[in-house]
Design a protein around this ligand. Structure first.
Ligand code: ADP
Length: 352
């Protein structure tokens, strides 16, 4: 059992910067929780407070039920993985893995067994006698993970651990960390600014902005039912389209771009008078000029991005821009006149 509970946690830095405002949430035992938000939103500060590397200005932090505000980092039974691997360059991989355990004066046989297990789990057994400089970035990050794993902590804390890796390695390590989470069955708190990492890895996501929680829930809850425009725009790639509209009482129109094709029959509840319509790229159907005409947003194609499995079509409608995710077989090119049709079952309205 290692739940982590934060109650009314606040952090004020010297000089009066409030990095975290009165923040409360629970991380359940064995849960993989992702703290996500743009740079400066306070996520690293929060993680460092959990680790004990930063003082908590007020509030209560409990790890496994124990009040930990004033417990030294080494006595919290947590292990942290950073983005700069911070390996000891003069030690071999094996020595790096064993170092923390030696400091804790574990018996030699126990250390050897834990190092061998972690190395096996991470596929770094062949490199145990190499120095870190003879490893690739991905291999170094595995060693950093291994150093946390050998400790057998109650909670793992990750601070943007994949930021220094190239795109392909990031995807590979993402899968590997998810696999480790399932295998180790240990509570994990993972900080990132990358919404893809949050969506793909988290059992649950806490989305932050300016030191305040915007929404917490499962990845699909945040994706399908964002609680505000910030979350709607932050989660999802490409981001949700936002179109300022007017509700005439009968139909939804876009000033400067005409009709949307949406009328009163499409809405169970009446939209506000001047809503911002939020619609994800996959819910903005695109009809090319070959298609039968239908009521929708008249637009011109500016950029077509074929991604293989799907194609993104960036369009301009009056003063507005919107992107549609279409089937890769769709025949569409720059300059084409198209019709965009928001799918009524998947609309979001935001109050400007
Ligand atoms: P994130 O990890 O989301 O990028 P941080 O937790 O690093 O955000 O920072 C949150 C806020 O606290 C920012 O406004 C940042 O400038 C400020 N901050 C971070 N560290 C310090 C510090 N040591 N002293 C003063 N302000 C800080």
């Amino acid at each position: 059992m290692a739940a982590v509970s934060l109650k009314n946690i606040r952090k004020v830095y010297e000089g009066g910067v409030v990095a975290v405002h009165d923040l409360s949430f629970e991380v359940m035992d064995k849960e993989f929780l992702v703290l996500v938000g743009p740079s400066g939103c306070g996520k690293s500060t929060l993680l460092r407070m959990i680790a004990g590397l930063e003082e908590i200005s007020s509030g209560e932090l409990r790890i496994d039920g124990r009040l930990c505000n004033d417990v030294a980092p080494k006595d919290r039974d947590i292990a942290m993985v950073f983005q700069n691997y911070a390996l000891y360059p003069h030690m071999t991989v094996g020595e790096n893995l064993a170092f923390g355990l030696k400091l804790r004066k574990l018996p030699g046989a126990e250390i050897r067994q834990r190092v061998a297990e972690a190395a096996e789990m991470l596929g770094i057994t062949p490199y145990l006698s190499r120095k870190p400089k003879a490893l690739s970035g991905g291999q170094r990050q595995r060693v950093a993970l291994g150093r946390a794993i050998v400790r057998k902590p109650k909670v793992f804390l990750f601070d943007e651990p994949l930021s220094n890796l190239d795109a392909k390695m990031r995807v590979q390590m993402r899968v590997e960390i998810s696999r480790l989470s399932a295998q180790l069955q240990t509570t994990m708190i993972y900080v990132t600014h990358d919404q893809t990492e949050a969506m793909t890895m988290g059992h649950r996501i806490v989305c932050m902005r300016d030191g305040v929680i915007q929404q917490s829930g499962t990845p699909m809850e945040l994706y399908k039912s964002p609680s505000n425009r910030f979350v709607a725009g932050f989660i999802g790639m490409p981001p949700m389209n936002f179109l300022p509209c007017e509700w005439t009482g009968e139909a939804l129109t876009i000033p400067g771009a005409g009709v949307t094709g949406l009328t009163s029959g499409d809405f169970p509840v009446r939209p506000p008078a001047k809503p911002i319509l939020g619609v994800r790229p996959e819910h903005l159907r695109l009809l090319t000029k070959d298609s039968p005409t239908a009521a929708g947003i008249a637009a011109e194609v500016e950029v077509v991005e074929p991604l293989g499995a799907e194609t993104l079509v960036y369009c301009r409608a009056g003063d507005h821009r919107a992107v549609s995710r279409v089937d890769p077989e769709t025949r569409v090119g720059r300059g084409d006149r198209v019709t965009l049709i928001p799918q009524p079952a998947h609309l979001h309205f935001f109050d400007p």
